[in-house]
Design a binder for this molecule. Sequence first.
Ligand code: PHB
Length: 573
Amino acid sequence: MPAETPAEPPVETPTETVAGAPAGTPSDASDGTPEPAEAVTPLIRGVGLLRHLTDAGGTLSLSGLERATGLARSTVDRITSTLARMEYVRLDGRDVALAPRLMELGNAYLAALRLPALLNPHADALADELDESVSLAVADRDGIRFIHQATRRRAMSLSFRIGDLLPAERTAPGPLFASQWTAPEWQAWRTRRAADPQDRGFPAVPPRAHTSPDDDFERRAARSRQDGWALDDQLIEPGLVAVSVPVRHPGTGRIACVASVVSHTSRHSATDLHDTLLPRLRTAVSAMEAALRGAATASPSASVSAPDSASASASVSVPLSVSAQLVRASKQELGREFIESLARGLTVLTAFGEDSPALTLTEVAKATGLARATARRALITYEHLGLVTAGPHRTFALTPRVLSLGFPPLSRTSLPRVAGPHLADLAARLHESTSLAVLSPSGEEIQYTARSAAQRVMSVDITVGTRLPAPTTSLGQVLLAERATAASGMLEEVRRRGYALLDEEWEEGLRSIAVPVHDRTGTVVAAANVALHAARRTPEECVRDILPELRATAARIEAELAVAGRFLRVASH
Ligand code: PHB
């Protein structure tokens, strides 16, 4: 297999900046160090473009991307074509939008970290018990980055997303992490504060309103070390208060992550948080630490959170990723518009995961199917960008910064948003209307949650939000058939066949065919259908021509839902 291809056509023009962004922006290399000679320029640019899209909330026009990255339009076009081919972005006219599959990068980090799998259930249970938001955050240099949010949605204050980065000094977890900082780390923090007095490098937080002296934070850090907890008394915005406790590694005693209870001054003052909620947070953290101990005893070689405990065994066998195969096929199909070095480089990130939290160069090459030299250059590039860090025994691991590649906006996705573009594709191909619906809790009605109408004069007048009686619709029959209580012969048949076809009783002359949509656990979470005028196709033609297309669409929705739902709950509405 030709792992080293001949040089690609150049993607740079002399006027462009190296990293595709003006120096000093967060899209640049982490610490302003010059780009290593071996770094892969298209990879730096692709990653930069993904960061710009993320900071912009998930969508930018092509010309907006041109401005944001400082790259030539033809370069932006080629990068976005490549990312679209990988299903990491979606091209919608002149707009480029992040697509759910991109979450596989952040998922690789979260899986390798292992904390979410072990701790999220405890955080969720605490949020339920307190009826307050609970979050888990890890240290990301002089910031904190969220790896989990059990959010109680309330109108009062902003809530953060998984992957959001906050300046350590404006949070409750920050002082706890800072209590472990070395002198150079404190210096880096002071330098950043001075260089960015308004926190512009942290798009998730409102600008810093007033400057508190640096030694305030130093005092909070020292204090938190003694106390074992820390407070945020409205440091991010008025009203927002939080109390935090560190979750420590069983072996090293170092802080693995910090658990926080977040509230609002209309419910709890900061003192009150300490008095009433801290004891329960501490109990939950004890349970979290027990879960970490349990995991460490269960598989000592693979204990939690890679860098200082990575298993360096060369026998890790990692399957060749699907994306590596996709890269080969795509180059043949798209030719010059496909930047192979970008696509290949991105497959390096997904080589990491639960069973491979730290990998040697040899292991990365094996897992991706890349030549050692190619894998090495990708790793050098990622190290330069702060996405990968070198560990003991010549291993590499992903850093929390991988979450900055799309995770925050995508973590707020919903089933209708995931399904929307796929339903639109299907409607355009078939020239018929397509819809997605869920069952009401009573099971009596379905509610439309997404819809793409055919471009026809005569089309059925249904909009998102419309409710219809479940039993008389194909969507409802598919959903009812999944209920254990729904044991009628007809529904039994729908379930066995995997689809419902019917001439709808509520509108004369309308025919529709529906299939279930499953989440990653196999639970039916919605139904998708195609609706058409009965005169257009016979029932047999619907089964022969439409059903396979509809099933393929449902499978595409399910695949994206599985990626999006790996570490978070995707809302079904
Ligand atoms: C949050 O989880 O939203 C959070 C946690 C700690 C803070 C602020 C916000 O200090």
